[in-house]
Design a protein around this ligand. Structure first.
Ligand SMILES: C[S@@+](CC[C@H](N)C(=O)[O-])C[C@H]1O[C@@H](n2cnc3c(N)ncnc32)[C@H](O)[C@@H]1O
Length: 173
């Protein structure tokens, strides 16, 4: 259970409990975003006291995994330049940079199996041992936005090719 621990000038500071841990083959080097077809053992191990919260989750194909990107080292800045973005600078909230005011990560992954308190998933983009804050079902129509676009990414020359790399899609050019 999260609790408010202090409030200074209208800014509330919260304490949260880790509900589980992400297990991946990545010790300290992960893809920029989840690679759906990535081979390897990807799983979320939910703490036993939260395992009942997985009831009926197995009926969904995809989940949102919300986690604490716990080993971020960079200096916090409101302007970031994603490593793949050819030097383009954008506001941190216009990016998926892990180096943000609250080190919250969000990944959508496919559920392969749920066995007891473990969710076996398609590829995740987090280091092994990353603490999980929450899990939510990804729901058809509610979450799929057919008019979603690429924002500033579309301004980068060759962005279509770039996106294949980011998504880990094999290609021959
Ligand atoms: C660009 S972030 C995207 C994370 C998430 N998909 C999102 O959009 O919020 C993914 C990168 O975060 C870094 N990363 C993953 N897990 C981390 C951790 N526990 N601590 C620090 N950096 C991490 C890796 O370098 C990985 O390439």
């Amino acid at each position: 259970m999260s609790k408010e621990i202090k409030q200074t000038e209208g800014i509330v500071c919260f304490e949260m409990n880790q509900i589980g841990v992400i297990r991946t083959p990545y010790a300290d080097n992960a893809p920029y975003q989840p690679v759906k077809e990535e081979e390897g053992d990807f799983r979320i191990v939910v703490e036993p006291q939260y395992a009942e919260g997985l009831h009926k989750l197995a009926g969904f194909h995809y989940i949102y995994v919300i986690y604490y990107i716990h080993h971020v080292k960079g200096d916090q800045s409101m302007i970031v330049s994603p490593p793949w973005a050819d030097g383009v600078q954008v506001g941190v909230f216009a990016s998926r940079s892990p180096d943000r005011p609250n080190h919250i990560g969000l990944s959508i992954v496919r559920i392969k199996h749920i066995i007891n308190n473990e969710i076996l998933t398609s590829g995740l983009d987090a280091f092994d041992g990353t603490p999980v804050l929450d899990i939510k079902p990804y729901i058809k129509d509610l979450d799929v936005k057919s008019d979603a676009n690429y924002g500033w990414i579309k301004e980068i020359e060759g962005h279509e090719h770039l996106l294949l790399h980011i998504k880990g899609i094999p290609h021959k050019y």
